[in-house]
Design a protein around this ligand. Structure first.
Ligand code: ADP
Ligand code: MG
Length: 691
């Protein structure tokens, strides 16, 4: 007698070989079979009159054999003519045995299942499943499930296994508890877990099969909701666990902050001040802050990060800021050095490419606390980097940083076993309901205001045959003392080709614009070379910078007021928006030229039109969601939302609000959370939650 939590090999007839195949489908335990849901269903619950059958339809038919012949066509086949009261149809077999031919003699009654198609003799079914029948033969009691499968594993086998699992569920229902309380089930009018599973694996003939096929049936929705809930609860669990740790209570550091602000050439915007207040409140508490700042490109997140860092420093702790790319990290390094060194604060730099003695020195300064402010890439949070007392970890561009890394940060506080506060910054604004699911472990602040004096970027969409005009435009802008970007997009996955293309473009533009200083930056250059070029551009030594999409995030050169993006149709909206955010940072009017290669697909046309019409990051994000769907937009690898088994963020978007309400009610209840997280995210996640 096996139970649902047993390994799949506990089932009758499942040996190592079969277990291996099931493993490829993610089925490891008996209960996994229950959550391996059919892709679609076949209706074998009723006989369809032949006369009503249409090409493309799958159906069970029954008729009397009127003829059975071996016919010679391009391929020899056995052709069986069948007749019922409503019409005639042929069964065709390309592989057949003499015994089969014998069976199908005229006068026999045959029941067959398959897909009708328009064939040489009218409607035909190729290789139907069939049997000889009397008129008493019953039809199936349930719809037939078709499961996602893998090589060497057929549907009848999977079906039989699912049946076994359902049998075990009936024998021991308590092994798969329905942990969503009845009150919530009733409030949201959801069916129970067991009833839902039975229905999905064995739909009765009166079920609405359309609803079922398109994931709209209450039984599917119930499971989708449970899965979304499990994801959200696991994120909330991470949050609760991190927040159960102690964190250093940080003072506001007002005098230090005032000295910092006094040297800035601008005043903070209202939105920046509001967000800083929210951060200040978090930092003054003895539990780690977990806060996400959403702010459109150019909204001034870096200054906010610097202000928060000063609180940590005033509290005698270190602060660290991590950027996703080396170019960005170097830019932050320069900014923080320029801002902090006049205040007597040492800023250290650490990236993967820093080697040898320089690396050892940086690590030593971080470990003994000489370096108060640390700037770098992912290298910052590797095992061999020890902080004296990290009070605040700032992560720029959240979508490349996952929950597990967030958990790992707990160990970086070191001194006194305190966990650092975490501030995460992203320029990808996403609608609120989605944010509450994807970032359920974070509090969210929004910088919803751009610094004053910015003129919105004007965007034009131009076919590439007008390239010469565009080159003239660059000549003009640069002759007036401004600077320009020329962005080459990805041609294929190969970075090498992409960089080569950028080199070719640089050469062409150098020839076409001999009076300009043209620079090039791409992903295959050494980081020191990249930094040199970026500095030259920033200082105005270069007029035109040809770049691959490496400049996408964060690079800041206010004098650049023209950007050409070649083949923008290859990029998603959010990426285009990020790129375009590199211009329009100063007070002169800026332009973005989207130089596309015709013809455009419908969705490319739509995307480019959105870019022309608006510069509002939230609107663009919403359009992006509509056009590409949430998975693509969120870059869901890290959020875990991509690997969902049943839920579909697009289809089930309307469930998210309910899920959030439920998660609020249920969080902190270990019985419910651990059951759901294990059920939907697996053992590993269940364990992770208990770190
Ligand atoms: P992002 O939010 O995209 O990271 P940055 O922090 O790089 O934006 O800021 C963009 C530019 O705006 C920088 O040049 C920064 O110095 C400037 N900036 C930030 N805050 C203000 C402000 N309140 N007023 C004027 N300029 C500001
Ligand atoms: Mg930035």
């Amino acid at each position: 007698m096996s139970d649902l939590s047993a390994p799949i090999t506990a089932l009758k007839g499942v040996g190592e070989a079969l277990a291996l195949k099931l493993g490829r489908l993610g089925i490891e335990r008996v209960s996994d079979l229950l959550f391996h849901l059919p892709l679609r269903y076949q209706d074998r619950t009723r006989l369809t009159p032949i006369g009503l059958l249409r090409a493309g339809q799958e159906a069970v038919i029954e008729g009397e054999v009127t003829a059975c012949d071996v016919v010679k066509g391009r391929r020899r086949s056995l052709l069986v003519r069948l007749r019922d009261a409503s019409g005639i149809l042929s069964l065709r077999f390309f592989h057949f045995s003499p015994a089969q031919q014998q069976q199908m003699r005229p006068g026999a009654t045959v029941r067959a299942f398959g897909e009708a198609r328009a064939g040489a003799t009218g409607l035909e079914i190729y290789h139907p499943e069939y049997r000889l029948s009397g008129s008493e033969t019953p039809v199936d009691e349930y719809f037939t499930p078709i499961y996602p499968t893998t090589e060497g594993l057929n549907q009848p086998r999977l079906r039989a296994l699912a049946q076994q699992a359902l049998g075990l569920l009936d024998d021991a229902p308590e092994a798969l508890p329905d942990v969503i309380p009845d009150t919530l089930l009733q409030r949201f009018q959801l069916p129970g877990l067991h009833a839902s599973l039975h229905l999905l694996h064995q739909p009765p003939p009166d079920v609405n099969i359309e609803q079922l096929t398109f994931g709209q049936h209450p039984a599917t929705r119930r499971l989708a909701l449970e899965e979304l809930l499990a994801h959200q609860l696991s994120l909330r669990e991470v949050r609760l666990r991190i927040q159960a740790d102690g964190a250093p209570t940080l003072p506001s550091g007002r005098s230090l902050q005032a000295r910092f602000l006094a040297q800035l050439p601008f005043a903070l915007t209202g939105a920046q001040r509001r967000v800083l207040e929210e951060i200040g409140h978090d930092l003054s508490r003895p539990a780690p802050m977990l806060r996400l700042i959403q702010g459109d490109v150019g909204s001034g997140k870096t200054v906010v990060a610097a202000m928060a860092a000063l609180s940590a420093l005033a509290g005698n702790c270190q602060a660290a800021i991590m950027a996703p790319t080396e170019i960005l990290a170097e830019q932050h390094f320069r900014s923080f050095k320029a801002w902090f060194e006049p205040l007597g604060i040492e800023v250290a730099w650490l990236a993967g490419k820093l080697k040898g003695k320089a690396r050892l020195d940086a690590k030593a300064a971080i470990a003994d606390g000489r370096a108060r402010m640390v700037v770098g890439t992912h290298a910052l949070f590797q095992d061999d980097v020890h902080f004296q007392c990290l009070g605040l970890a700032i992560i720029d561009e959240q979508h490349r940083f996952g929950v597990h890394q967030r958990l790992a940060l707990r160990e970086k506080g070191e001194a006194g076993g305190l966990t650092p506060h975490q501030l995460i910054m992203t320029a990808t604004p996403i609608p609120r309901t989605l944010a509450m699911s994807a970032y359920a472990d974070l509090d969210v602040s929004v910088i919803d205001e751009l610094p004053p004096g910015r003129t919105p970027v004007k965007t034009v969409v131009v076919p590439d045959e007008r390239r010469p005009e565009v080159v003239e435009r660059i000549r003009l802008a640069c002759s007036e003392g401004r600077q320009a970007y020329w962005v080459c997009t990805l041609i294929d996955e190969s970075e090498v080709l992409q960089c080569q293309a950028a080199e070719v473009t640089r050469d062409e533009l150098t020839v076409a614009l001999p009076e300009l200083a043209v620079g090039l930056v791409h992903g295959r250059m050494k980081s020191s070379e990249k930094a040199e070029v970026m500095t030259a551009f920033k200082e105005g030594e270069l007029d035109l910078l040809v770049a691959t999409t490496v400049i996408e995030v964060g690079v800041d050169v206010p004098n650049a007021s023209l950007m050409i993006i070649e083949n923008p149709e290859r990029l998603g909206l959010s990426q285009l928006h990020q790129l375009r955010g590199r211009v329009g940072r100063g007070s002169t009017e800026s332009f973005c030229v989207l130089l596309y290669h015709p013809p455009l697909s419908k969705s490319s046309r739509q995307r480019l039109a959105v870019m022309r019409e608006t510069t509002d990051g939230f609107r663009i994000a919403e359009k992006d969601l509509e056009i590409r769907g949430p998975g693509e937009v969120l870059g869901t690898r890290q959020t875990g939302l991509a690997q969902m088994k049943i839920a579909d963020l697009e289809r089930d978007a309307d469930l998210l609000e309910r899920v959030t309400a439920m998660a609020q009610t249920l969080q902190g209840n270990p019985d419910i959370t651990s059951v759901l997280v294990r059920r939907w995210l697996g053992e590993a996640a269940g364990r992770y939650g208990q770190v």
